[in-house]
Design a protein. Structure first.
Length: 269
């Protein structure tokens, strides 16, 4: 049985407690308040991986709701972004309803953001690729309305602090996600300049996270590292819900497109 089937059937109810269990319990109409708070002193077996998948799903959509509300209002674009993630995941009707409820919980003034993120961090067992995927999704949510304003940027920096991600790494990811979205983040204005089709050369370098003056060896290294970090099977083995494999596959496609653009320019093999 999948993590979702076990969750709905109650088999995971005792495994996911704490603030995440509380938020998920409200979304599902169950009481998980006696569950574990997410100890992380041992490895992840099959059962624990299902708990991590549950935590990732719950944190992703509830924090996305908080992100959408960070600038004081939830724009139609931000709602569409959340819905597009659900479409990409091909969620069942029941899962979609739960994701929407989690999103709405995250918008509430009393949403325990820091407690939820801290528990999610513990549940991930220091799996940096999984944590980075979570942050990338939140960055996409922030870019959904065409800009990242000061409030959203401050909230993202708070998330990074709670997740153990440096500001330098955050700015690098911000540039990469903005480039993949069709432009770049401008300090102050924070606009994403829309574009479509294959990335231009400058944007391709941003997606790969390398400087245009980088050596061929460094560009190849960055490309291979990004492919490894976003490999869907690898992420699922670490606790990414199976339904989110499509998101990882889309990231892989963006990385490959950027690599092809740079490779042709440099005549690399």
């Amino acid at each position: 049985m999948s993590w979702w089937g076990k969750l709905v059937g109650g088999a995971l109810g005792y495994m996911l407690g704490g603030p995440l269990g509380g938020v998920l319990g409200v979304a599902l109409g169950h009481n998980f308040d006696k569950g574990l708070a997410g100890s992380s002193d041992h490895g992840v077996d099959a059962g624990e991986r299902e708990r991590v998948q549950t935590a990732f799903f719950s944190a992703t959509f509830s924090v996305m709701g908080a992100m959408a509300k960070a600038d004081g209002r939830v724009s139609p674009e931000e709602i569409r972004l959340a819905e597009s993630v659900m479409v990409q995941m091909d969620l069942s009707p029941e899962m979609r309803k739960t994701a929407i409820r989690l999103f709405n919980e995250g918008k509430k003034p009393d949403f325990p953001l820091e407690d939820v993120v801290r528990q999610f961090h513990r549940e991930c067992h220091r799996r940096t690729t999984l944590i980075q995927m979570f942050l990338e999704i939140q960055l996409q949510a922030a870019f959904a309305d065409g800009r990242i304003d000061a409030a959203e940027d401050a909230l993202l920096l708070r998330l990074c602090h709670l997740l153990g991600i440096s500001e330098a790494d955050y700015r690098r990811l911000q540039s990469m996600i903005g480039a993949a979205a069709g432009g770049h983040w401008e300090a102050g204005a924070g606009r994403v300049q829309a574009d479509t089709g294959e990335p231009d050369l400058a944007r391709a370098y941003e997606i790969l996270g390398v400087d245009p003056q980088a050596s061929d060896a460094d560009v190849k290294k960055a490309y291979r590292r990004l492919l490894s970090q976003h490999h869907p099977d690898k992420l699922v083995s670490k606790g990414l819900p199976e339904e989110m494999m499509r998101l990882a596959a889309q990231k892989t496609h963006e990385i490959k497109q950027a690599w092809e653009r740079v490779r042709r320019e440099r005549v690399l093999k």
